[in-house]
Design a binder for this molecule. Structure first.
Ligand SMILES: [Zn+2]
Length: 600
């Protein structure tokens, strides 16, 4: 057993999340965390909504509300959506808590004390027509590195490099097309080159990373530049230095504060449990958290923040860059063990885009379909290691052919036959070679499926679990227990059904990290009582340091079935089952495509 941190990307609170977002970070991190808990590890799964930055300021201005009001609205929407998907966060919080501000400022001060944050005069973009600061993301132009014409002022989506707006060739405002004016302004920069060697050494020791993530991260080290960590903006975390603290026009840049959320959320979680130091078991590089492992889940556009920038902040705060220094008040902190990045999900061949309405919001999806149907699609056909297309036809096909006709059918026919003929889980007689072979396949699944999930190969893992299901369906067809009706044949019928139900129970445990809602139902169909797959709950909490209250996702995940085969008890009463999954009418494909057409 060890301490496992599941650090999940922070969704930006400027709108509802679509299924592309949750397929990248949400479902994979939940599958991993659920499995690790079932396998006996002490998991801390944290995240929250990312609520600062210029896009929220700009959108709030457009909507005639304050940035805080806009963030409040979408924080709640996102919390409800993630709850609907059954994502088992120990704490899903937000970046506008006072606790988060204090932790961000602590890291800023620690990095500043150690000399890794330096002041510089730089160029800021102003809109000539309004005189206001023009946010980086609202400037576009040609990327100076790869020549891509749609690069944004903060990042080029084509080559993935971080940019500053004044580096763009032919910069223009995305709001009104005008050419921004660049004026001198003072800002703080993170001395990233001072970490190149330390990060390089750390990357050299990484094991099991997806090769593309490692290669991408190593390439970034070749050309590290000092990076601005403050902005001309009123919405964000104040700069905790004398002469800056009270300036209303300067704030810490949103990316700097958001990555620190992993630590601040862990600290908030510990404070809420009544053991304020408990977070150290996952974070401290000294004895307390030395054996802890940290897994970070995100889409591929966020790799740089997790494989270079966040490690740089942790190293600098711990006094371990080129300039040395001393660890701050939190002590030396652990770097990520693995950065698990997913690729993109596209939608009927097009890139998801809220502005162009090529989108399926999580909320709309969950109104019409079950959460586990989506979770199944994401695990079996999601963008784990390649960009992947979501089509309604494929969604319906997988739901009907695999989930309903494969797994649902196995559950339904085993339980209903046993309920009808015995009313209980029947007592097995002597096992044949076929019986033993099937039971062995199911038991072996615990090693293979578990190992694959541990290596972030969830597509292969769910494939192995479904192979157990297919073997059991084949066994039932071959053994044909429905033909064994005579008194003489009854004991053999009981044995076959006992074996089938035991394999249903095992397969259900193997599928629990992927399909927790239906796993709870199958568990109950087999006569199980209590919690099999624990679920998160939404809790309205007070800010620990006096700010406004807000909703969080949390839960008690210490209960539930473990990652092992649990022998069924003969004689346990069974009732006729209700279907666990819903078959979808093929006409929903056309309905959904029409819906997409209407909104585009
Ligand atoms: Zn580029």
């Amino acid at each position: 057993m060890s301490h496992v941190l599941a650090a999940v990307a922070w969704p930006y609170a400027n709108g509802p999340r679509h299924i592309g977002h949750v397929s990248g970070f949400g479902v994979p991190s939940d599958v991993f965390s659920r499995y690790m808990r079932m396998a006996g590890h002490d998991v801390l799964m944290v995240s929250g909504t990312d609520e600062h930055g210029t896009p929220i300021q700009v959108q709030a201005d457009a909507d005639g509300v304050t940035p805080r009001e806009l963030a409040d609205r979408y924080n709640r929407v996102i919390v409800e959506d993630l709850h609907g998907l059954g994502l088992s966060y120990d704490l899903f919080t937000r970046t506008t808590t006072r606790n988060h501000y204090a932790v961000v400022q602590e890291l800023f001060e620690g990095l500043h004390t150690n000399g890794y944050i330096v002041a510089r005069t730089t160029l800021g973009a102003i809109s000539p027509s309004t005189g206001r600061t023009l946010p980086d993301r609202y400037i576009e132009g040609t990327c100076p590195i790869c020549g891509y014409d749609g690069a944004r002022g903060d990042q080029c989506d084509n080559c993935g490099n971080q940019l500053d707006p004044e580096q763009l060739v032919n910069p223009r405002s995305r709001i009104n097309g005008e050419t921004p004016k660049f004026v001198e302004t003072e800002h703080f920069f993170l001395d990233l080159p001072a970490f190149a060697e330390a990060i390089g050494g750390w990357l050299d020791q990484r094991e099991n990373w997806r090769p593309n993530v490692l290669k991408f991260s190593r390439n970034l080290l070749d050309d590290l530049q000092p990076r601005a960590i403050t902005r001309d903006l009123e919405w964000g975390v104040p700069i905790p230095l004398d002469g800056w603290r009270d300036r209303a026009d300067k704030r810490i840049y949103v990316w700097f504060d958001a990555v620190i959320g992993y630590l601040s959320a862990s600290i908030e979680w510990a404070r809420r449990t009544g053991d304020p130091e408990a977070w150290r078991q996952w974070w401290s590089a000294d004895a307390q958290g030395k054996d802890a492992r940290g897994y970070y889940f995100m889409g591929k556009d966020n790799i740089v923040f997790h494989s270079v920038i966040w490690p740089a902040l942790l190293l600098g705060y711990s006094g371990e860059g080129d300039k040395g220094g001393q660890a701050g008040g939190y002590g030396k902190l652990n770097l990520p063990t693995e950065v698990v990045s997913s690729e993109y999900l596209t939608m009927e061949g097009r890139k998801f885009s809220s502005s162009r309405r090529v989108v399926i919001y999580v909320r709309d999806f969950l109104e019409r379909y079950d959460a586990d149907a989506l979770r199944y699609f994401i695990a079996a056909a999601g963008p784990e290691s390649n960009d992947t297309d979501f089509t309604w036809a494929e969604f319906v096909r997988r739901n009907n052919d695999e989930l309903v006709a494969g797994w649902g059918n196995l559950v339904n026919r085993s339980v209903s036959m046993a309920a009808k003929n015995f009313g209980v889980i029947p007592t097995p007689g002597e096992l044949t070679a076929e019986d033993q072979a099937l039971l062995a396949v199911a038991r072996a699944g615990f090693d293979t499926v578990g190992e694959l999930i541990g290596k972030h190969r969830q597509k292969a893992a769910i494939g192995e679990a479904m192979r157990v299901v297919a073997e059991a369906n084949k066994y039932l067809s071959e053994q044909a227990p429905w033909k064994l009706k005579s008194d003489e044949d009854k004991p053999r019928q009981g044995t076959i059904l006992h074996v089938a139900l035991q394999v249903v129970s095992d397969a259900n445990t193997l599928l629990t990290p992927f399909l927790p809602h239906s796993a709870q139902k199958v568990f109950a169909l087999l006569g199980g009582e209590g919690v099999h797959a624990p679920m998160p709950r939404i809790e309205e909490v007070d800010d620990l340091d006096g700010g406004p209250s807000y909703p969080v996702l949390t839960g008690d995940y210490t209960v539930g079935t473990r990652w092992e085969s649990v022998p069924l008890v003969a004689g346990t009463p069974l009732s006729a089952p209700t279907p666990v999954f819903r078959k979808l009418d093929p006409s929903v494909v056309e309905e959904e495509l029409a819906r997409l057409g209407e909104t585009s």
